[in-house]
Design a protein around this ligand. Structure first.
Ligand SMILES: [Fe+2]
Length: 239
């Protein structure tokens, strides 16, 4: 499976490739957005490539699109959680849920560590509950697959925030979630895509292998190719 992953900042080079030599990126199977991107940018990429979009939203979403008024944010929160409301048209919101994509189970977690009264922010304990719920969803899917004699699916995780101790920073906003670490060691995803951390050396890759998981900071864009147990990541300038 080949994934085009985007996050945090618009990639002008990716836009140029889509306009001038789209065949270079048309071979991707799907698009994963790890948050903090404008809706029109993501929708443009999705439309241009005609691929399925799976996304989590970042901590800046509500401020960018709905103004700073607290009342509006609270109303949006009420409308959003548990109602299956889609914040990017044509895409699947992966926050706190799983989806089958090709031969894989994909699990998603939006938002970041709480640092002010903003919308897509969570205390560690709130994210812990979500992780628990997603683990139960994975278990249910594995039981169904077992009963239907299906092959066991490998797991891919996507989040906006990082995992505690991997690519994260010491300030509250950019701290990673400890419960993500727990999820990683127990569920053993083969790949974890995250955003939120602005990595200045984006011409290089910020990647870490932890246990059996390749953790990639998507910042801007990445092409990820998974072939059996081998995972290859590319920046778009290497296409
Ligand atoms: Fe962010």
């Amino acid at each position: 499976m080949k994934i085009l992953a985007v996050s945090d900042v618009e990639d002008k080079l990716l836009e140029k490739i889509i306009e001038k030599t789209p065949e270079k990126v048309k071979s991707v199977d799907c698009i994963f957005s790890c948050g903090d991107l404008q809706g029109d940018y993501i929708e443009y990429i999705t439309d241009a490539l005609s691929k399925s979009l799976y996304y989590v939203v970042g901590n800046h979403y509500a401020l960018q699109f709905y103004g700073k008024e607290l009342k509006k944010r609270h109303l949006l929160k009420k409308l959003y959680f548990g109602k299956g409301m889609r914040l990017h048209f044509g895409g699947i919101d992966m926050h706190g849920r799983i989806e089958i994509v090709g031969d894989y189970i994909v699990a998603g977690f939006g938002g970041a560590m709480r640092y002010n009264p903003g919308f897509f922010q969570f205390e560690e304990i709130e994210m812990e509950k979500l992780v628990k719920k997603v683990r139960a969803d994975i278990l249910r899917q594995r039981i169904i697959d077992f009963l239907l004699f299906r092959k066991r699916k490998k797991l891919i995780a996507m989040s906006h925030a990082p995992i505690a101790g991997v690519h994260d920073k010491s300030d509250k906003c950019h701290k990673g979630f400890k419960c993500f670490r727990d999820f990683l060691f127990k569920e053993k995803p083969i790949l974890w895509l995250h955003g939120h951390i602005h990595f200045e050396g984006q011409s290089r890759r910020q990647e870490t292998m932890l246990d059996e998981t390749l953790i990639t900071n998507v910042y801007s864009s990445k092409i990820i190719e998974i072939k059996k147990s081998e995972i290859k990541t590319l920046n778009v300038n290497e296409l």
